[in-house]
Structure formats: structure tokens, C-alpha cells
Design a protein around this ligand. Structure first.
Ligand SMILES: Cc1cc2nc3c(=O)[nH]c(=O)nc-3n(C[C@H](O)[C@H](O)[C@H](O)COP(=O)(O)O)c2cc1C
Length: 368
């Protein structure tokens, strides 16, 4: 990491200081956290994505990250997930990335494989696992034949060829994301999805080179990171989202996250996006405002990597304090960005700064 301490902006608000990651500069340290929209047909982006993500770029975010985007059809959480497993998927996403850029934000995309948490109904339809093939169920893949919830059909443990295929699918999707015009790629290794399933001893019971010791459990994610880093431009930032803890004794935890973050930094990961949980349904998660920020701070300090903080960050002063105190380099908001797509513009006003309205609105809203 070359820039451990965020610099004060000329207005005294570090939340609105630019953040440089390789060849990309975010106009501020506010990002739209990836959020599945569960509204695709065959994984294709449509006007919803343009308006949903585009309006948050208009709203002043520095980084606008598209939702978990499946690298293969079987890697979708639900049949309505966004995907990037063909050139047609890239073509559908290209106007979205272009519009985000045009609005001065940086377009990012999160690449994902749901592993054993695939083949589910969208949350607005209950989120349950689809088990009936007639209802569209598909075979789900995982490190080991351990289901997410008791009573679910067992996932299929990936063999060596399957592991290679997963890596190739992430690499191919990363190439397509670059071609579609995204400027930042995030790999989803959090929330109990496939890469997290490899990391956690609760879901990874393998006895080969991909299971057992921490080195072995990190192997697939690290191999995959190296493979993606090798095919994306040198000046393109690579982010990885992790769950810093499973919130379960004997599971993945902060100490392992620090070691993982160090290894990722060596491979050229530019920022680790720190979330938590969702590997198992029985974890008790003490959710409260900013509850994951201490993980972002600990990993930033102990691993020497840039981090982003996410989770119940809703107030401008709260976001500002996270960045000013060096707990994280970037703040991501999810639900608050749904409630308030122009949150960054309003936050600027609250923090005593002139909001950077788009030209189309700026002259008008300043007139009383
Ligand atoms: C509707 C919705 C969809 C989400 N989809 C994703 C996703 O695609 N990828 C991801 O990493 N997290 C996803 N999350 C988690 C958010 O990115 C974020 O980490 C979480 O909501 C906590 O932030 P918040 O308190 O600001 O909402 C989703 C959250 C919501 C509310």
C-alpha cells in the first residue's frame, strides 16, 4: 500500500477527498455497495440496471458497483440474477458502465459464484432453495457436500476439473467486464458464496490441496485472484469482498482474514472490502450501526492493505469519521443508497461542502 493515510481535502472533509487506486481515481470515498436486483431474464442487464445504477452515479457516489454477477449460470443465487457468462451479457452491461462514467462515477462490477447457496428463489419470493427440477432447480457446486441449511439437497463437491472450470469462468468474466467498460472489478469472497465456502472450515471439509490447513483453504481464492489479476489491465484496481468472520466458533475469523488479506495484497489486490457473516444460517450477528467497521480497521492496520467499510452506515458524520480516523479508505452504503440515491450530494451539504450536482440539475437547484 502506498497511501495508508487518507489526505485531508481542501474543504476539510476527507470523505470528499479523491481516492486513487492504480490508474483510477474515485471522486470521493463513497461507494454504492453491490446489491442484487433479482430482475434479470437469462442473466441479462436491462433498463432497470441503467436507471438503478445510473441514478446513483447522478447522486454523486465515487464508485458505483454493480451487483453480484454470476460467472456461470449455475453460479447464480436465483434464476433472476445478473450474469456475465457470454458476450451478450457484456454487451447488455456496456451502456450501464458508460453512463456511470459519463456521470463522473467509476463503474465497478462484482463477480460472483454462489456455490452451495445457488438455485434459490429471489428474496422477495421467500429465498428458499428451489429443489424441484420442474420448478427450475439446478445442481449446486461447493467445496464439499455440505449443504447451507439442514435438509437441503447436498451440493456436489467440485473435483479438480470443476475447480479449474470455476477459475476459468472468473477469468473469462473478468475479461468481459473490462470489455464492457467497467473500471473496477471486485471478486465476491464473502457472504457464504463459493469462495467463502472454500475459506471457511465449516463449509470446506476437503482432504486434498484445497482443504484442511489455512494455506489449503485459501488456495482456490488466491489462485483465482492471481489468474484474474493476470488478465486485467495493470492500471485497473482489483477489489475482493470478504466476510471478516463467520460469527461462529471454529469458523473463519478475523485472524485468518488478516493473513488472507496479506496474501491478497501480495498478489495485487488493491482494496479489501470488509463485510461479515452469511456462511451458515445459525450465526448470531450483532448488527448495529457501523458494526463491521472495526474489522475494516483491524485488517487495514494489521495487513497493511486498503479497506472499505460497509454495514449500517447511514449518517454523513458517521461516514466521515470512519475515513478521517483511518478505519477505512472507502465507505460503502447499500440500503441507505436505496432509500436515498442522492445520499452523497446530501452528505456534502451536511458536511458543509458545495454538492457537485450534475450540470443538468446544478444551476437550477442552486436558484432559490
Ligand atoms: C437488496 C440487497 C442486495 C444485496 N446484494 C449484494 C450483492 O450482490 N453482493 C454483496 O456483496 N452484498 C450484497 N448485499 C449486501 C450489501 O452490499 C451490504 O453489504 C449490506 O446490505 C450492509 O450494508 P447496509 O447496512 O448499508 O445495507 C445486498 C444487500 C441488499 C440490501
Amino acid at each position: 500500500m502506498t497511501d495508508t493515510a487518507p489526505t485531508e481535502s481542501d474543504t476539510g472533509s476527507t470523505l470528499f477527498a479523491p481516492l486513487a487506486l492504480r490508474g483510477v481515481t474515485l471522486r470521493n470515498r463513497i461507494g454504492v455497495s453491490p446489491m442484487c436486483q433479482y430482475c434479470c431474464t437469462d442473466g441479462l442487464a436491462d433498463d432497470w440496471h441503467l436507471v438503478h445504477l445510473g441514478s446513483r452515479a447522478v447522486g454523486g457516489a465515487g464508485l458505483v458497483m454493480a451487483e453480484a454477477t454470476a460467472v456461470t449460470p449455475e453460479g447464480r443465487i436465483s434464476p433472476a440474477d445478473l450474469g456475465l457468462w457470454s458476450e451478450a451479457h457484456a454487451a447488455a452491461l456496456a451502456p450501464v458502465a458508460a453512463f456511470i462514467r459519463r456521470m463522473g462515477a467509476v463503474p465497478g462490477i462484482q463477480l460472483a459464484h454462489a456455490g452451495r447457496k445457488a438455485s434459490c428463489l429471489p428474496p422477495w419470493a421467500g429465498g428458499a432453495r428451489i429443489v424441484d427440477r420442474a420448478a427450475g432447480a439446478w445442481d449446486v457446486l461447493a467445496p464439499s457436500a455440505v449443504p447451507f441449511s439442514e435438509g437441503e439437497p447436498l451440493p456436489i463437491a467440485l473435483d479438480a476439473a470443476g475447480i479449474d472450470a470455476v477459475k476459468e469462468a472468473f477469468v473469462a468474466a473478468a475479461r468481459r467486464a473490462v470489455a464492457a467498460g467497467f473500471a473496477v472489478i471486485e471478486l465476491h469472497a464473502a457472504h457464504g458464496y463459493l469462495l467463502h465456502q472454500f475459506l471457511s472450515p465449516l463449509s470446506n471439509r476437503r482432504v486434498d490441496a484445497y482443504g484442511g490447513s489455512l494455506d489449503n483453504r485459501m488456495r482456490l481464492p488466491l489462485e483465482l485472484i492471481a489468474a484474474v489479476r493476470a488478465v486485467i489491465p495493470d492500471d485497473m484496481p482489483l477489489l475482493v469482498r470478504i466476510s471478516a468472520t463467520d460469527w461462529v466458533d471454529g469458523g473463519w475469523d478475523l485472524d485468518q482474514s488478516v493473513l488472507f488479506a496479506r496474501e491478497m495484497a501480495k498478489l495485487g489486490v488493491d482494496l479489501v472490502d470488509i463485510s461479515s457473516g452469511a456462511l451458515v444460517p445459525y450465526a448470531h450477528i450483532p448488527a448495529a450501526p457501523g458494526f463491521q467497521v472495526p474489522f475494516a480497521a483491524a485488517i487495514r492496520k494489521q495487513a497493511g492493505v486498503r479497506t472499505s467499510a460497509v454495514g449500517l452506515i447511514t449518517e454523513p458524520a458517521q461516514a466521515e469519521a470512519i475515513v478521517v480516523t483511518g478505519q477505512a479508505d472507502l465507505v460503502l452504503l447499500a440500503r441507505e443508497m436505496l432509500r436515498s440515491p442522492y445520499w452523497p450530494l446530501h452528505a456534502a451539504t451536511v458536511l458543509g461542502r458545495e454538492p457537485d450536482w450534475p450540470q443538468q440539475y446544478g444551476y437550477a437547484v442552486k436558484r432559490r
